[in-house]
Design a protein around this ligand. Structure first.
Ligand code: SAH
Length: 347
């Protein structure tokens, strides 16, 4: 049985069922979630006998997940991990070392079914959603890597492969776990969930009433073009998505971040910027412009810097808060799904 992701109460039941004292659960819990130790043999305040009993009955997921690849970018900030789960499924996780601390970009599904035209994650569709434990394991695996340096992840963005709103319970369950004092005590304010615009998910997030940041992948405010880029626009038209996101901003007090990928000669004209500003002008919103990472299967291109600057200037001129995302990890295929995709092609 794998005990990773159980609450302390659940773990205590399991430990007691083995005939060990209940307080062992608390010790194990501290080792795993506070010290990022996933090997019972290293849990030095537990008797040797009990350690070997625990080892005989339980596994701890971050020790079971295999790191197939770890690529460190030349930028000195970004590392990308390709992980293999118990059933052989692979997912990507990105770890970033910012001035303010470590942040992690986790995947919520194995692949993705949203079929956004520019994205590498969905090239093979979605095999399955990740469990709560698998989402948490991405964070703790990184904490395990950072243990030597005495550091840990302090921010999490659910912006890797997959659509988090289609795996709502596991994603938000994992975030709740990270928030709990027993685990990492991580503030909800340091967590962001990014969606392609699944309105029922945004509404459920509002009902949860936690100050988690919402990011919405917008990419176009021309209806036809957005449908072409993001087929989900048919089911959830962007005007309604912006409405739901604004409701969330008002309810949560958190500004919504709109992601807008800049694709050369597709959605990057000054006219596009004007339209975008019109939709977001009086909203509690900021825009994160993402110069496209070319995906070799797709043929989209990144606009040149002058065009990016013109787009940004137009937004700023209309007093819409916007920044251009610093590109990181380009040399290690850190853009959504690219590394996994390469790996799948070779298999
Ligand atoms: N499904 C969620 C989260 C995953 S995508 C969502 O749609 O928001 C994370 C972000 O990376 C999205 O904004 C996505 O549109 C963007 N992205 C995907 N492919 C990209 C590429 N080739 N270049 C730049 N950004 C990309």
């Amino acid at each position: 049985m794998d005990i990773f992701g159980l609450s302390i109460g659940e773990l205590q039941k399991e430990v007691e069922a083995m005939g060990l004292p209940g307080y062992r659960a608390k010790q194990v819990f501290q080792w795993i979630y506070q010290k990022a130790v996933f090997d019972f043999a290293l849990m030095s305040n537990i008797s040797k006998e009990d350690r070997s009993k625990l080892k005989g009955s339980f596994t701890i997921l971050p020790a079971v997940v295999k790191v197939l690849k770890k690529l460190d970018s030349k930028d000195g900030i970004t590392s990308k991990l390709l992980l293999e789960l118990q059933d052989g499924a692979t997912v990507e996780t990105v770890l970033m070392n910012h001035d303010y601390g470590y942040s992690i970009c986790v995947s919520s599904q194995v692949g993705c079914d949203m079929h956004c035209a520019f994205c590498a994650s969905g090239l093979q569709g979605c095999a399955r959603s990740l469990t709560k434990a698998e989402i948490l394991a991405q964070v703790y695996l990184c904490n395990g890597l950072l243990r030597q340096a005495g550091a840990r992840v302090s921010r999490i963005v659910v912006m890797g492969s997959g659509e988090p709103m289609l795996n709502f319970d596991n994603v938000f369950g994992a975030l709740e776990f990270l928030h709990s004092g027993e685990a990492l005590n991580m503030s909800y304010r340091n967590m962001t969930v990014s969606t392609c615009g699944i309105i029922p998910g945004i509404n459920r997030m509002k009902e949860l009433a936690r100050p988690i940041s919402l990011a919405v992948s917008l990419h176009s405010v021309r209806d036809e073009l957005r449908t072409e880029l993001m087929p989900v626009n048919r089911a959830y038209p962007f005007v309604r998505v912006i409405g739901a996101a604004e409701d969330y901003a008002l309810a949560s007090g958190r500004e919504v971040t709109y992601e807008y990928i800049l694709l050369k000669n597709i959605n990057d004209s000054v006219e596009d910027a004007k339209l975008l500003a019109n939709f977001l002008k009086f909203k509690h919103a900021s825009i994160n412009l993402i110069p496209a990472n070319p995906v070799s299967e797709k043929g989209w291109q990144r606009p040149d810097d002058r065009r990016i600057d013109r787009f940004l200037e137009e937004l700023n001129r209309q007093h819409v808060n916007a920044t251009v995302r610093k590109e990181m990890g380009g040399d290690i295929n850190a853009a959504c799904g690219q590394l996994r995709n390469q790996f799948m092609k070779k298999k």
